[in-house]
Design a protein around this ligand. Structure first.
Ligand code: ZN
Length: 150
């Protein structure tokens, strides 16, 4: 089990060091800002929607390793999906990271995002891990105000 956690840790550190889909996005049709005051994580999300499909997505900002890795993993996971599929994935991800540590989780339901399942041991970190997702939700809703995890 600890070997598995080490592997997950490695993936998170890798996404933190070399975040995927990092930077601005030309032709973005939606932009949303997210802020997690508890940790100081800030990110801006850019989306290019093609009808109901997320054609392209990127983010920029600064924050802790968890928030950055989560944004990197999230953008990878939702690119090319429909907005409905992306929100379903958010629901499953949220379920995984908020399940009490002594209860079983369905890691397979969230694919690669399972590497972040360890945050459920640290409730404050759940906000870091879900910031990118809340910001995505706001971007899809077209909300103009910055998102806060509080
Ligand atoms: Zn954080």
């Amino acid at each position: 089990m600890s070997e598995l956690s080490d592997l997950y840790q490695e993936v998170i550190l890798d996404h933190n060091r070399r975040p995927r889909n990092f930077g601005t996005l030309t032709g973005a049709t939606r932009v949303a800002d997210g802020h997690n005051p508890l940790c100081g994580d800030r990110l801006r999300l850019y989306l290019k929607l093609d009808g109901d499909r997320i054609e392209n997505i990127s983010f920029e900002g600064s924050g802790c390793a968890i928030s950055k890795a989560s944004a990197s993993l999230m953008t990878d996971a939702v690119k090319g999906r429909s907005t409905g599929e992306a929100m379903e994935l958010f629901d499953r991800f949220h379920q995984v990271v908020t399940t009490p540590i002594d209860e079983a989780i369905d890691e397979a339901s969230v694919g690669k995002l399972a590497v972040l399942a360890g945050v459920r041991e640290f409730p404050a970190r759940v906000k870091c891990a879900s910031l990118a997702w809340h910001t995505l939700k706001a971007a899809l809703a077209g909300a103009a105000d910055p998102v806060k995890t509080e």
